[in-house]
Design a protein around this ligand. Structure first.
Ligand SMILES: NC(=O)c1ccc[n+]([C@@H]2O[C@H](COP(=O)([O-])OP(=O)(O)OC[C@H]3O[C@@H](n4cnc5c(N)ncnc54)[C@H](O)[C@@H]3O)[C@@H](O)[C@H]2O)c1
Length: 251
């Protein structure tokens, strides 16, 4: 490798996206950190890595915005070889739980599917041609335990969206493998980020009691697993899902 691989990470301002960005920087990537909210990427990743990032404000549901992100990267940096689809939402009610099937608002359903699933497909459609041209690519999407099994706190829209990401990933893995492109998922269980804090401390404490390792996970632990799947040496891992849940769900 003569130059740095260019990676795009969505939802990179905090939580799993930020820690994934840091792990990719440590493994020698240039990282385009994308988020719908403005943020100071250099301050977040620290002085050692500040020269190897570009921050970009984008709502991943904005198709024109995705196209212009792609153009900007191609014009200023080159082709993208790593894509991490991390941006996601998990709407909760006042009690920290999600709506059940009978209360579910169709608008919430549409929004969650749009952000958590459709935008992942659009990002893949946009950046896969770069990877085809490079004959190399790594796509990692953040699914969830909620897409693999039942969920303690997430509801129908979130569970369906995250299960959809697993299916989309398998389709891409099968179709793009011949181009040197792999597509994989990580499926985190409870991870201590702002998203998990929305559910409230008591919910998280009760959750931790049921996990064999007796704690909830950290975003750093997920970021490390994502960076592993993004490595050149992970080229034979394709269409796979890594569960990161402390043993709460085993398959
Ligand atoms: N925290 C957990 O327990 C957990 C468990 C399983 C899966 N996940 C998944 O991991 C991913 C990251 O979760 P997190 O816990 O770090 O969440 P978080 O809420 O802490 O961070 C999510 C980031 O994504 C950004 N974002 C949200 N919608 C966006 C959009 N439309 N366009 C661009 N950016 C957007 C937010 O601004 C935020 O910076 C999500 O896909 C989530 O579903 C989280």
């Amino acid at each position: 490798m003569t130059h740095k691989r260019i990676a795009v990470v969505t939802g990179a301002r905090q939580g799993i996206g930020l820690e994934t960005s840091k792990a990719l920087l440590s493994s020698g990537h240039f990282v385009v950190m994308v988020d719908r909210q403005q943020f100071d990427g250099a301050a977040l990743v620290g002085a050692d890595h500040a020269a190897n990032i570009l921050t970009h404000t984008l709502d991943v549901t904005d198709d024109n915005g995705i196209a212009s992100l792609h153009q900007t990267i191609n014009a200023t940096l080159g082709k993208v070889s790593v894509l991490v689809n991390n941006a996601g939402i998990s709407p909760k009610q006042a009690d920290g739980r999600s709506s059940g099937i009978l209360q579910l608002d169709p608008k919430e359903w549409a929004k969650v599917i749009e952000v958590n699933l459709t935008a992942v497909m659009r990002m893949c459609q946009t950046f896969i041609p770069d990877m085809q041209a490079l004959k190399y690519g790594r796509i990692v999407s953040i699914s969830s335990l909620a897409g693999r099994s039942k969920s303690v706190v997430a509801g129908p829209s979130y569970m369906a969206s995250k299960a959809g990401v697993l299916g989309l990933t398998r389709a891409i893995a099968a179709e793009m493998g011949p181009f040197g492109i792999t597509a994989n998922c990580v499926a985190p269980g409870r991870i201590l980020t702002e998203m998990a804090l929305q559910a409230g401390e008591e919910v998280n404490r009760r959750y931790a009691e049921q996990i064999p390792v007796k704690r909830i996970g950290t975003p750093e632990e997920v970021g490390q697993a994502v960076a592993f799947l993004c490595a050149e040496s992970s080229g034979f891992i394709n269409g796979a899902t890594i569960d990161i849940n402390g043993g709460f769900f085993m398959s």
